[in-house]
Design a protein around this ligand. Structure first.
Ligand code: NAD
Length: 396
């Protein structure tokens, strides 16, 4: 195979991110014959913007096309499982956005799914969903590529090189993704998001820390060091009475049955620990950070913010429409724009790995094992927060 033919499903935020970052490979290693999304008008706008010859309002049209090798699932998380299985059965390789899946309730009219059943049941059901996807992928001999950009971000890949040469033991990792709240409607409800801050934001740092210990294990013992147990707390800081009374809100606060704050402590088989923070109530622009304490070195990874550029403006209008940083409340004062934010966050590198994995018939750096382990750790964390105890993570 010389070129991969990719069908995009979804035409909004994540789809835009993927197509933008595939541009370098288009015409050389990738063709995009078609896009499908629920909203035909959006699909048409997207097709025009990215010069895609065909667009549909039914994703099955993508699966039916013989000239598509790989589908890119940029659809809400509650559709990942069903769409992945259907794509595998249609013989298509799969790129799936994070997180792989979750628990979204069984009844269509069920409202507060997050409060309806125990997290223990959710964990069990979610892992069954992961197994169904893994089973379909294996049975149909297709590749599953898990779109976790953190592990492709240049600061993160540099961290991996430093870990390798240091030969040190990773003792303690502290990782975080936080910002002032998602504006996507689906994020407000467990029914469509499968969880709150830990699920939507935490999936990135959890993916990062699990990948690092897997990597260390492979270097040291030829097999990954897996997570053994998890402890967690979750909260709804935007329901604190004094905050509720504040008239001017800088933080998104319309959360329904999902947490807006979470912390989890992951214990690994070798006794090391990782702490992951995620919050939808942190001002100052998006934070994507990781501090790694090795036995012989310290590495601080600042994906966002970082200070390659330090800019100052006395008034917010001075930088006009120029992009500064995701979720930044104001362009006034000192700020830290990234010179190329998509690149620093690992999006083009991630997509290049996926395309190369198909072209050279190898596994991607980020695949099914990571996708599954992330979901298990996060839902294990929800059980821990609910039951107030450490939750062992079962290994197959
Ligand atoms: N890696 C990242 O940094 C990152 C960033 C944002 C979102 N995401 C992930 O990407 C996924 C999508 O999020 P988003 O922000 O793009 O959401 P979005 O709401 O902006 O877009 C969802 C798209 O899915 C389409 N869609 C919905 N139902 C469909 C159906 N039945 N058939 C076909 N198309 C359908 C919608 O029309 C829309 O185009 C989520 O899983 C999210 O977690 C990842």
């Amino acid at each position: 195979m010389e070129r991969v033919r990719l069908g995009m499903i979804g035409s909004q935020f994540a789809a835009d991110l993927h197509l933008r970052n595939l541009s370098k490979l288009r015409g050389a290693k990738v063709d995009v014959p078609a896009v499908a999304s629920k909203n035909k008008e959006h699909a048409a706008i997207f097709a025009k913007k990215y010069d895609i010859p065909n667009y549909y309002d039914d994703y099955r049209k993508i699966l039916e096309r013989k000239d598509i090798d790989i589908v890119d699932l940029c659809v809400p998380t509650d559709l990942h499982e069903a769409f992945s299985i259907e794509a595998a059965e249609a013989g298509k390789h799969i790129i799936c956005e994070k997180p792989l899946t979750g628990y979204f309730g069984k009844e269509k009219k069920e409202k507060k799914v997050g409060l309806a059943i125990t997290k223990k049941v959710m964990l069990k059901e979610t892992m069954k969903g992961c197994d169904r996807v893994a089973g379909a992928v294996e049975k149909n001999k297709v590749k599953f590529m898990y779109a976790e950009n953190w592990i492709y971000a240049p600061p993160f890949t540099k961290l991996k090189s430093l870990i390798k040469v240091s030969g040190g033991t990773i003792l303690d990792i502290r990782a975080e993704e936080s910002h002032s709240g998602s504006h996507a409607k689906y994020s407000r409800r467990w029914k469509t998001s499968g969880g709150g801050a830990l699920m939507r934001l935490g999936a990135h740092p959890v993916g990062g820390v699990l990948h690092l210990k897997h990597y260390e294990g492979i270097l040291r013992y030829g097999k990954p060091i897996r997570a053994k147990s998890v402890m967690a707390e979750v909260g709804q800081h935007t329901k604190i009475a004094s905050f509720v009374k504040e008239k001017k809100k800088y933080i998104v606060s319309e959360w329904e049955d999902v947490e807006d704050w979470g912390v989890m402590v992951i214990s690994f088989e070798d006794g090391s620990k990782a702490t992951v923070f995620s919050s939808d109530a942190v001002l100052g622009g998006v934070r994507n950070t990781l501090n790694v304490y090795l036995s012989n070195a310290v590495v601080n990874v600042n994906i966002n913010p970082h200070n390659a550029l330090e800019v100052y403006a006395p008034e917010p209008h001075i930088f006009g429409d120029e992009y500064i940083a995701e979720k930044l409340e104001t362009k006034a004062g000192w700020n830290f724009p990234s010179p190329d934010e998509d690149w620093v966050r690992g999006y083009p590198q991630e997509l290049e790995d996926f395309i190369e994995a198909i072209l050279s018939n190898r596994e991607p750096v980020s695949g099914m094992n990571l996708a599954r382990d992330v979901v298990e750790a996060i839902y294990g964390a929800y059980v821990s927060a609910e039951e107030g105890k450490r939750i062992p993570l079962k290994k197959e």
